[in-house]
Design a protein around this ligand. Structure first.
Ligand code: SF4
Length: 459
């Protein structure tokens, strides 16, 4: 029996798909890249942008002939298109879908597949959201010993109400996973060969806020840090309002926690930020970036003591911490002047990564009910392109500072004869090597840099 999973969207969906794969393999299924060869097809969907939603509908429609030919084929629609409360309209529109599952929950599919079989999942277990995330995670066969980096959800859902965002409606309120579950899962992943974990949450720096007796994110990082065989820990996505000094100190202090902070600003204009209901100003964001950089610049920080995983900090002249942001252009009512404030903020802050998006209305959001999508598409595109060009120039300049430096690279896989890996600051590096580097951390001297990647030689 074979399964095929199609995944759209964020790292949380990638992690959810991994869990579905793991659960299916527990039932004896094997993975296939070809939907036509599968007995179970899972479409793990995303609705954060209209284009992602359109792709999900397209993929779903393309499965119709297959289902007509093979009625025993099981089609499972999962993720944000379904949402935490379910979506009855989908059932009417796509009657050939067998199972609808909310985000992060393989339960409905497993219950469907095991119905009537000798092997029965305990009903209580299938209903528990975390039942398959309790640390007994078995990676899909092809990933065991091969997967170097894995994503581990630590906070589900989001209780913020940014006016443009559909996530709270689709993934439900914020829930942190118990620290013991996260610990057990990371230990299990490391035992199967994983070297780096990225802790995921829509607002990951709010980890533990809903569990007053448990640790916060800083405490969780300290619990994970001693795990033997675990080389690196990352976390994303942070919210500017919750990035505490304690968390930054922890990142700077613990050698296995990588100095890369993903913290979206979304806009650089106070009125637009207020309309988005983000809860901070451009000035707050500016001060946060300054605070992050200061924490990594002086003696006594990771940069000063040259932590084991960041040898480059000793030899190189590049920034010792990298910062990534998200920006939406063309939010309802955004004037040319307000957009210019966003442009100026990015120009001033010179961040390592900017994930850029053009605003699109998502049904059900506050913005869709109360605001008019009034920035013309061509204008959105013009604003987007200008930021893209600006950011490309900035990143090329930042990366050029790595030239000649020695960086510690964790290698993931071989791509077209070159080994691909990442620096602690999350920069992509390629090297030529006549040997297997998978899962190894190696010092690399950087010999070429561009805006999207670098090349180097093994020392
Ligand atoms: S913080 Fe805002 S943008 Fe992020 S998931 Fe929550 S509602 Fe969406």
């Amino acid at each position: 029996m074979k399964y095929h999973i199609w995944t759209e969207g964020c790292q949380m969906n990638v992690a959810d798909s991994q869990r579905v794969a793991s659960a299916l393999e527990h039932l004896g299924y094997q993975s296939t890249d070809h939907a036509e060869a599968a007995d179970v097809i899972v479409l793990n969907t995303c609705v954060v942008r209209q284009s992602a939603e359109d792709r999900a509908y397209g993929r779903l429609s393309s499965l119709r002939p297959l289902k007509d030919r093979r009625p025993d084929l099981v089609i499972n629609l999962m993720g944000c298109l379904v949402g935490v409360k379910g979506n009855p309209r989908l059932k009417e529109r796509f009657p050939y879908v067998d199972v609808f599952s909310p985000p992060s929950d393989p339960g409905p599919l497993l219950a469907f597949l095991t119905q009537g079989e000798t092997y029965q999942m305990e009903q209580a277990e299938t209903q528990r959201r975390y039942a398959y995330m309790d640390g007994d995670l078995a990676l899909p066969v092809e990933a065991r010993g091969q997967l170097v980096m894995a994503h581990v959800p630590v906070v589900y859902g989001c209780s913020h109400a940014c006016t443009f965002c559909i996530i709270p409606f689709r993934r439900g309120i914020e829930r942190s996973r118990p620290a013991q579950d996260v610990l057990a899962e990371v230990r299990s992943l490391v035992a199967q060969g994983v070297k780096e974990v990225t802790l995921l949450g829509q607002i990951v720096d709010r980890y533990g806020v809903d569990q007053p007796d448990g640790p916060g994110l800083a405490g969780l990082l300290r619990l994970l840090h001693p795990i033997e065989g675990l080389e690196r820990i990352r976390f994303l996505t942070s919210h500017p309002s919750y990035m505490t000094d304690e968390l930054l100190d922890t990142v700077a202090e613990l050698p296995k926690v990588m100095p890369h902070i993903e913290v979206p600003c979304q806009a650089g204009d106070d009125q637009v930020l207020q309309n988005m209901k983000r809860g901070y100003t451009a000035g707050d964001y500016r001060r946060l970036v300054e605070r992050i950089r200061q924490r990594f610049s002086g003696n006594g920080s990771r940069g000063g003591n040259g932590a084991a995983t960041d040898g480059a900090a000793i030899h190189g002249a590049y920034p010792r911490v990298s910062i990534a942001t998200d920006v939406i252009v063309g939010f309802p009512g955004e004037t040319a002047e307000q957009y210019q404030h966003t442009y100026d903020l990015l120009d001033e802050l010179r961040l390592d990564v900017a994930h850029l998006a053009r605003y699109s209305t998502r049904q059900g959001t506050v913005a869709s009910r109360r605001m008019q999508d009034d920035v013309p598409e061509e204008e959105k595109m013009r604003r987007f392109r200008l930021l893209e060009e600006l950011q490309e120039r900035i990143v090329a300049e930042i990366n050029a500072r790595y030239l000649g430096s020695t960086v510690e690279v964790l290698f993931e896989e071989e791509v077209k004869g070159r080994w691909k890996g990442r620096t602690p600051t999350n920069k992509l590096v390629f090297v030529q090597a006549g040997r297997d580097l998978r899962g190894q951390v190696q010092p690399v001297q950087i010999t070429w840099t561009g805006p999207w990647s670098m090349q180097g030689s093994l020392l």
